[in-house]
Design a protein around this ligand. Structure first.
Ligand code: B4P
Length: 190
C-alpha cells in the first residue's frame, strides 16, 4: 500500500503514521523527522534547513523532493510506504506523481486527519514541555498553522478530485483516533 497522511501541525500524523506502518509492515517516511535528524547530526542539509524549521516556514520543494525521491528508491519502500508530512505543496504533489510514474506505481490512499485549531495548539504546547522541540513555541506554531492553511490545505481538494481522499476525525485520544484510522483503512483495502 502506498499512502499519504495529511493534517495540520499537531493533528497526530506522526503518532498515527507509526502505528499504521507497524501494522501494515511498510516504512513511515516523515520529511520532518529527516530534517530534524540532519539538524541534530549537523549535516550540510541540517545546516541549510535549521533556520527554516525554527521559524515554521517550508523547506524548498527542490530540496524536499530530492530527499523523498532518494528515500523512495530504498528497497524497504519498494512494496509500499506511508508518507508523513509530504507532499506539502502543489509542486510536491507534481513531483511525487513523477516519482510514482517512474516506479510504475500509484497512490492507494490519502488520509486526512481533521482537527480543531485550539486542540492542536494545546497538543503542541504539551509536547513543547515534554520534548522541547525548537518549533513548538506558540508563535512558531501559529506560523506553521497559517503556512499549512495557505499551502497544504488545498492538497486535500486535489486528492479528493482523484477519489483518493479519506477524512478521519482526529479529535479525541490517540487510541480513539487510531481506531477510526484502522476502520478507514479496512474499508478502503477490503
Ligand atoms: P513535521 O515534522 O511534519 O511537523 P508538523 O506538520 O508540524 O507535524 P507534527 O509532527 O508537529 O505533528 P503531529 O501531527 O505528528 O514538519 C516539521 C517542519 O519540517 C515543517 O514545519 C517544515 O518546516 C519542515 N517540513 C517537513 N516536511 C516538509 C515538506 N514536505 N516541505 C517543506 N517543508 C517541510 O504530532 C502531534 C503531537 O500531538 C505529538 O506530540 C503527539 O504526541 C500529540 N498527539 C497526537 N495525537 C494526539 C491525540 N489524539 N491526543 C493528544 N495528543 C496527541
Amino acid at each position: 500500500m502506498r499512502m499519504i497522511i495529511l493534517g495540520p501541525p499537531g493533528a497526530g500524523k506522526g503518532t498515527q503514521a507509526t502505528r499504521i506502518a507497524e501494522h501494515r509492515g511498510i516504512p513511515a517516511i516523515s520529511t520532518g523527522d529527516i530534517f530534524r535528524t540532519n539538524i541534530k547530526n549537523e549535516t550540510d542539509l541540517g545546516k541549510q534547513v535549521k533556520a527554516i524549521l525554527a521559524t515554521g516556514g517550508y523547506v524548498t520543494d527542490e530540496i524536499t523532493n530530492d530527499i523523498v525521491r532518494d528515500r523512495l528508491t530504498k528497497s524497504d519502500a519498494a512494496a509500499g510506504f506511508l508518507l508523513d508530512g509530504y507532499p506539502r505543496t502543489l509542486g510536491q504533489v507534481d513531483a511525487l506523481d513523477e516519482m510514482l510514474t517512474d516506479q510504475g506505481a500509484r497512490l492507494d490512499l490519502v488520509l486526512e486527519l481533521v482537527v480543531q485549531t485550539d486542540e492542536v495548539v494545546e497538543r503542541l504546547l504539551v509536547r513543547a514541555q515534554e520534548q522541547g522541540r525548537a518549533d513548538d513555541t506558540e508563535d512558531v506554531i501559529r506560523a506553521r498553522m497559517s503556512k499549512y492553511a495557505e499551502e497544504t490545505a488545498p492538497l486535500a481538494q486535489v486528492y479528493s478530485e482523484r477519489g483518493l481522499l479519506r477524512q478521519v476525525d482526529g479529535m479525541g485520544s490517540v487510541d480513539e483516533v487510531a481506531a477510526r484510522v484502522q476502520e478507514a483503512l479496512d474499508t478502503r483495502t477490503n
